[in-house]
Write a protein that binds this ligand. Structure first.
Ligand code: AMP
Length: 289
């Protein structure tokens, strides 16, 4: 695996395989790779010939300076893990390569997809930062297929909207959430959970599994499911920033789980903000948790 710093190097590295008919997959990441990221790289390995992993901590999508400053980074470790999982190229540009002096363009999706849930709490600017950098990465790499995780369900939805609205010639794959054995969704931010916070972080997963159990027991009312999920979090002394049952396509709140419903939750555990979600299904089968 080669590490590349500039768009020119990246395009040069992809030119020859492309001439030979190779397909290209992109896995965008902010680094500090864990098994969730590696599952995307492995899925990409099975879907294309040339696998590009991008590593870029995008300041434009951070709404808190402290979160950006504390974001864990270890490029050498990331390079070793990405290579082992099957990446061919690690694209790790400097800030100025992505945002050179004079940079002034934003790609913004308007409306509920960027304004609800994460958008309501982190600000829609978060998603404007995501859509801007993802558009740039897609233009830099020009992949046939790009991989995202269901862990960031709203982000995946926003990216699908972006690709549809801008006629981006790329296939979008969304892979299931990878979890610790006790259910905690893997996240680069988990390394910042210290002491009792690691145990309290389980509140998010508990909320999801509690709602799933209530649903399986026959409760379809969204308010009742949300109340049960909140109580489960309360047991670990965690208050959600939001906990909502919404339509998985529009993010509009639902009154009952009569069709597939996204249960999305965010909570601050100490100084670390975590998110998680599950897709609830009225026939009892649930995905994601
Ligand atoms: P990040 O580095 O946090 O920006 O994540 C890069 C990609 O990995 C995004 O598409 C995430 O949705 C995905 N991802 C993060 N955590 C997980 C996880 N636990 N399981 C699966 N995918 C994940």
């Amino acid at each position: 695996m080669r590490t590349l710093r500039t768009v020119a190097e990246l395009r040069a590295a992809l030119a020859e395989p492309r001439r030979g008919g190779a397909t290209v997959a992109l896995v965008p990441t902010m680094g500090y790779l864990h098994d969730g990221h590696l599952s995307l790289i492995r899925a990409a390995r099975g879907a294309a010939d040339e696998i590009v992993v991008s590593l870029f901590v995008n300041p434009a999508q951070f709404n808190e300076a402290a979160d950006l400053a504390a974001y864990p980074r270890d490029e050498a470790r990331d390079a070793a893990l990405a290579a082992e999982a099957g990446a061919d190229l690690l694209f790790a540009p400097a800030l100025e390569e992505v945002y050179p002096p004079g940079f002034a363009t934003q790609v913004r999706i308007a409306g509920p997809l960027t304004e609800r849930l994460e958008g309501a709490h982190r600000g829609a600017e978060h998603f404007h930062g995501v859509t801007t950098v993802v558009t740039k990465l897609l233009n830099m790499v020009a992949p046939d297929v790009v991989f995202f995780g269901q862990k960031d369900a709203q982000q995946a939805l926003v990216i699908r909207r972006l690709a549809a609205d801008l006629d981006l010639p790329v296939r979008i794959e969304v892979a299931p959430t990878v979890r610790e054995p006790d259910g905690l969704a893997l996240s680069s931010r988990n390394v910042r959970l210290h002491g009792d916070d690691r145990r309290r972080a389980l509140a998010l997963h508990r909320a999801l599994t509690t709602a799933q159990a209530q649903l399986a027991a026959g409760t379809r009312d969204a308010a009742a499911l949300a109340a049960a999920a909140r109580r489960a979090m309360d047991d670990l002394d965690v208050k959600p920033e939001y906990l909502e049952l919404v339509d998985p396509q529009t993010l509009a709140p639902v009154a009952a789980v009569d069709q597939e419903t996204l249960l999305a939750v965010a909570a601050r555990i100490g100084e670390v903000r975590l998110i998680d979600n599950a897709v609830l299904s009225p026939n009892g089968r649930s995905a994601g948790s």
